[in-house]
Design a protein around this ligand. Structure first.
Ligand code: GDP
Ligand code: IMO
Ligand code: MG
Length: 436
């Protein structure tokens, strides 16, 4: 009947995994639409803590089929390892439950090597990528030279394609970066095995989405990364290489906009960023440290400490505009408990000039990160709360200051908060009904 799109509204790690898990009960198909194993989505439910990189976050529900869509780039080594881990704890990852779009692109070991080499060569200006080969594989996709998942139908032919690409990458590794090369034969042999294993999971992904919608069922579209990492609208070049926004769900899965019933923006109650690039509300002091420890802000994929800062409502308004957010899922509100005063950025200022909340939903990134760095955040202070809120299940039972914090976000972003995370577990949430 409809598509629900879940996107990150900041720089990733907002808690998309747990929000998708929370909504998956209503869905018949849960589909990842962008990114690769640079993503790390955590689901804490049914006694498990799942760290998912490629498998959609609806996998715990037997009632929903899971699809890795065309817009995703797939490292088969990671995917098969993840499937093994899930199978070991009794989760069904068989071909009837977990499907892979034939149009998804395949990450090769040399994509990863090139990602690392390029980062190394950039030195001080490194982007801080996850080194999962994301930039190089999307570049090969755009150059129309990369093998796709559908090629795995014929494992021997696929292995030859892999060997050819590895040879081409090897030339670059050697000539451009003076690095060791990888054996094309070994890569081909390994990828031939992956192909044999993954071939039964292959489907025409857009057809599956289309059939599900036509049958009056719900497709839950799971985004990876966050709005400000979007290739077109993020803080370029400190971005990832895919379409992170709600528009990316349409292209990444292959369906039309008339099917979209809800766009949910996942927002962390403060801001974090992994990797380099501008971050106007970053806290380089004790408060930042306190938030990092309380929120356990260490990367799910790379283990890197995440940079932490105050909530930036300028960003959220921008995310609301670009994604057409209908509602916000606010996570990790519990992490702010115990901070005496809270700050939120409500505007940016530069030489007496102001980006006002009332003036469009503007975020000064189109002219580049140097231009963005000229702006300073304008803060509003709000009272904190001391209470532990992890047991709260109704918005009205939150401390008054926490209610005020949520209301101020709704007011300035102009979108309702329909979900509040008060702990990492599935049950540790406040779910709002429409009449609340
Ligand atoms: P994703 O990439 O957007 O799916 O987010 P990650 O899984 O990388 O990071 C979010 C982290 O916060 C995970 O460790 C989650 O278990 C945790 N988390 C999610 N929601 C909440 C919440 O409401 N409160 C707390 N304390 N932790 C949460
Ligand atoms: P999830 O889905 C946070 C960041 C990297 C780096 C930049 C480019 O868990 O929210 P890439 O490897 O994509 O070329 O790196 O993007 N990045 C993420 N940061 N969460 C993610 O995914 C991220 N995926 C990529 O840290 O700054
Ligand atoms: Mg993550």
């Amino acid at each position: 009947m409809s598509a629900i799109i879940v996107v990150g509204a900041q720089w990733g790690d907002e808690g998309k995994g747990r929000v998708v898990d929370g909504l998956a009960r209503e869905a018949q198909l849960v589909a990842r639409f962008n990114g690769g194993d640079n993503a790390g989505h955590t689901v804490v439910a049914e006694g498990h803590t799942l760290k998912l990189h490629l498998v959609p976050s609806g996998i715990l529900y037997q009632t929903a089929t899971c699809l890795i869509g065309a817009g995703v780039v797939v490292n088969p080594e990671q995917l098969t390892a993840e499937m093994d881990e899930l199978a070991a704890i009794g989760v069904d990852v068989g071909p009837a439950h977990l499907k892979l779009s034939a149009a998804a692109h395949i990450i090769l070991p040399t994509h990863r090597a090139l990602d690392g080499a390029r980062e190394e060569a950039r030195g001080q200006t490194a982007l801080g990528t996850t080194k999962r080969g994301i930039g190089p594989v999307y570049a090969d996709k755009a150059a129309r030279v990369n093998p796709r998942a559908g090629d795995m139908i014929n494992p021997e032919q696929f292995a030859e394609q892999v060997a050819d690409r590895v040879r081409a990458h090897n030339r670059r590794l050697k000539e451009q970066y003076g690095l060791e090369t990888l054996s094309p034969q070994q890569a081909a042999a390994r990828y031939c095995e992956y192909a044999r294993r993954l071939a039964p999971h292959l489907v025409d992904g857009s057809a599956l989405v289309g059939e599900t919608l036509a049958a009056g069922r719900t497709v839950l579209c799971e985004g990876a990364q966050g709005m400000l990492l979007d290739l077109d609208h993020g803080t370029y070049p400190y971005v990832t290489s895919s379409s992170v926004t709600s528009g990316g769900a349409l292209t990444g899965l292959g369906f039309g906009p008339q099917h979209v019933s809800r766009v949910v923006g996942v927002v962390k109650a403060y801001t974090t960023r992994v990797g380099t690039g501008p971050f106007l509300t970053e806290l380089l002091d004790e408060t930042g440290e306190q938030i990092r420890e309380a929120g356990n802000e260490y990367g799910t994929t790379t283990g890197r400490p995440r940079r932490c800062g105050w909530l930036d409502l300028v960003i959220l308004r921008y995310a609301a505009r670009i994604n057409g957010l209908d509602e916000l899922a606010l996570t990790k509100l519990d992490v702010l408990s115990g901070l005496e005063r809270l700050k939120v950025a409500v505007a940016y200022e530069r030489d007496g000039e102001r980006v006002q909340p009332s003036v469009a939903k503007y975020f000064p990134a189109e002219f580049g990160v140097e231009a963005l760095a000229e702006w300073k955040p304008v803060y509003e202070e709000l009272p904190g709360w001391a209470e532990d809120i992890t047991g709260v299940r109704a918005r009205a039972d939150l401390p008054a200051a926490a209610q005020e914090y949520v209301a101020r976000i709704e007011e300035l972003v102009d979108a309702p908060v329909t979900f509040i995370g008060v702990g990492p577990e599935r049950e540790q949430a406040i779910r709002m009904t429409n009449d609340q």
